[in-house]
Design a protein around this ligand. Structure first.
Ligand SMILES: Nc1ncnc2c1ncn2[C@@H]1O[C@H](COP(=O)(O)OP(=O)(O)OP(=O)(O)O)[C@@H](O)[C@H]1O
Ligand SMILES: [Mg+2]
Length: 345
């Protein structure tokens, strides 16, 4: 049913010794279709809770989820939704109160060590030991999985994450973006088939974020399954083949970003910095819905041109000027709002 620990270790060593990482998958339609149909992570009716003093905090309720081999799968949800809890169960770090979890057919609850051999893990708050160099860290983490990396192999691995000149630099001396990339290198030091990334780009500037995205795509191109958590609909749309939207411990939707947005049947969103009463805007031509996000008026409209002309007229009548106007197609943020009644961030 599952690979023994010995076999898993053997395969890891083989990959590291010869062709360190999995060969890039042949990108034929059939192969990717096949990959997408093979479950690699399965959760069934999982419930989880924490005890905070006397209080019991329910973190996951009846979560069932199948992630297939070769996917980049996103868990998208706001603070406290249960994303880290879900990953912790897959990682064998938290025991669910109810339900079952398997990794490549291995029961995480009864065979946690075997399951962990298949996983590369990046925790939400990367606990990189400050007083070790980048090369020492990747070797240490590989060793935790009983994979022996030479100094040259460690440097080569770092090179794949743009850190070859940082091998001898202490982790604490790296920039935020470099530390995130080091955390990725550490996560794949054991050459895992499955990589679990908890908010891999949080607190990064847009450029550093894109660099990390490229590296995640590279790990995926090598044939690995990637599961990542994010607050960012932009990240989910940019990276993920499928996304589970998670809110208050429940998965409220799970599909491709395009289907999630398509199923919403929403019209384009017109956004501008203008203060007008919502009740006055609602009857304008084309308008389906109106809301304020911060200082911005957001109008869902089937007729952006007509709505804008009417808004301009209304603003002029009230002695106001419309600032910059943007019109965008509906996105995952709108899906989240529709499903939960709240915005993502
Ligand atoms: N160690 C803990 N002790 C008590 N409660 C916890 C603990 N960890 C998480 N929780 C609670 O469980 C719920 C889910 O938390 P979790 O960390 O899984 O959310 P998250 O989606 O990862 O949030 P974030 O985006 O902020 O990382 C929250 O209500 C949180 O307060
Ligand atoms: Mg979290």
């Amino acid at each position: 049913m599952y690979r023994s620990r010995e076999t898993a270790r053997q395969t890891n060593s083989d990959n590291l010794g010869h062709n360190r990482h999995l060969p890039a998958p042949t990108k034929t339609k059939n192969r990717s279709a096949l990959l997408m149909q093979t479950p690699i992570i399965q959760l069934t009716d999982v419930g989880a809770a924490y005890n905070r003093g006397r209080e019991r905090v329910v973190a996951l309720k009846d979560v069932s989820l199948t992630i297939n081999r070769g996917e980049i799968f996103g868990l998208l949800g706001p603070n406290g939704a249960g994303k880290t809890t879900l990953l912790s169960i897959v990682e064998g770090l938290l025991r669910p109160e109810r339900g079952a979890a398997t990794v490549d057919g291995i029961d995480v609850l009864t065979h946690p060590t075997d399951a962990k051999q298949l996983l590369g893990i990046q925790l939400q708050r990367s606990a990189l030991l400050d007083d070790l160099t980048a090369a020492e860290l990747v070797r240490l983490y590989a060793a935790l999985y009983e994979v022996d990396l030479s100094a040259a192999q460690a440097t080569e691995l770092l090179g794949r994450f743009g850190l070859s000149d940082k091998a001898r630099v202490y982790a604490r001396r790296l920039s935020g973006g470099q530390q995130q990339r080091l955390a990725l290198a550490v996560a794949v030091a054991n050459d895992p088939r499955i990589v679990l990334l908890d908010e891999p780009t949080s607190a990064l500037d847009p450029r550093a974020r894109r660099e990390v995205w490229d590296m995640i795509r590279q790990l995926h191109d090598e044939g690995r399954t990637i599961v990542l958590t994010t607050h960012s609909m932009e990240e989910a749309e940019a990276l993920c083949g499928r996304v589970a939207i998670i809110d208050a411990g429940r998965i409220v939707a799970c599909d491709t970003p395009a289907s999630l947005v398509g199923n919403l049947g929403a019209a384009p969103m017109l956004k501008t910095a203008l203060e007008l009463p919502i009740d006055a805007v609602r009857p304008l031509p084309g308008v389906r819905a109106v809301r304020y996000t911060g200082q911005h008026l957001e109008v869902e409209t089937t007729e952006p041109q007509l709505t804008l002309a009417a808004l301009q007229q209304m603003a002029t009548d009230r002695g106001r000027i419309i600032g910059e106007v943007t019109v965008r197609p509906p996105n995952l943020e709108d899906v989240f709002l529709k499903l939960t009644g709240r915005s993502l961030n």
